[in-house]
Design a binder for this molecule. Structure first.
Ligand code: IMP
Length: 198
């Protein structure tokens, strides 16, 4: 079965392709399938937004589509930026570096640096069926960015007992521990059950 990845985020697409191809699935991005689409994320939860994005691509192409909605939840900020992680700071922040700098500024002097990454994967099938799966990864926010890998908030997200940020991990290390890697593993199990029930 072929799946369309409903995302235009290069960092996410790279990780999702690597993980899903390990699971033996054939995956192509929506742009590779000729679809230029940015669905409006009007949901209030990661799950709602993941379903919105997957459903938009599935409806447009008539093929099963998978989307990830994810973000960073910082304890001292009451779970912010959360579902608004990609839009943190609004118009004032135009790229990942500016959003990271805003996060560090908002945490200045804060001792509680606990945070977690959250991912929800949704898969929508042309018959309307929906599968969802979640994954989380706990860590702490550093005082300054470190590392060149990954994307988004990776340079300021340090993993417990590692002393390294997500952006300092090598090769497939991030996918083995990340929220997205975990969510996709859970999704794989749900997909197996779904296919077995048919
Ligand atoms: P969305 O799912 O398209 O709404 O965007 C999720 C946003 O959360 C990204 O643009 C990043 O800012 C952040 N994010 C999600 N996953 C990761 C990750 O694996 N590393 C770093 N930042 C992430």
């Amino acid at each position: 079965m072929r799946f369309i990845l409903a995302s235009n985020n290069k960092g996410k697409l790279k990780e999702m392709k690597a993980i899903l191809s390990e699971l033996g699935a054939q995956v192509i991005s929506q742009s590779e399938a000729g679809l230029n689409l940015e669905a409006e994320e009007t949901g209030e939860t990661f799950e709602e937004n993941a379903i919105i994005k997957a459903r938009a691509a599935c409806n447009a192409l008539g093929e099963p589509a998978i989307a990830d909605d994810s973000g960073l939840a910082v304890e001292a900020l009451g779970g912010a930026p959360g579902v608004y992680s990609a839009r943190y700071g609004g118009e004032a922040c135009q790229n990942d570096t500016e959003r990271v700098n805003l996060l560090l500024k908002n945490l200045e002097g804060e001792k509680n640096r606990k945070a977690k990454f959250v991912s929800c994967i949704a898969c929508v099938f042309p018959n309307g069926d929906v599968l969802t799966a979640g994954g989380e990864c706990e860590g702490t926010i550093t005082l300054a960015p470190r590392g060149e890998g990954g994307f988004g908030y990776d340079p300021v997200f340090e993993l417990p007992n590692q002393g390294r940020t997500m952006a300092e991990l090598e090769g497939g290390e991030k996918n083995a521990v990340s929220h997205r890697g975990r969510a996709l593993k859970n999704f794989e199990m749900k997909l197996r059950e779904y296919n077995a029930d048919k």
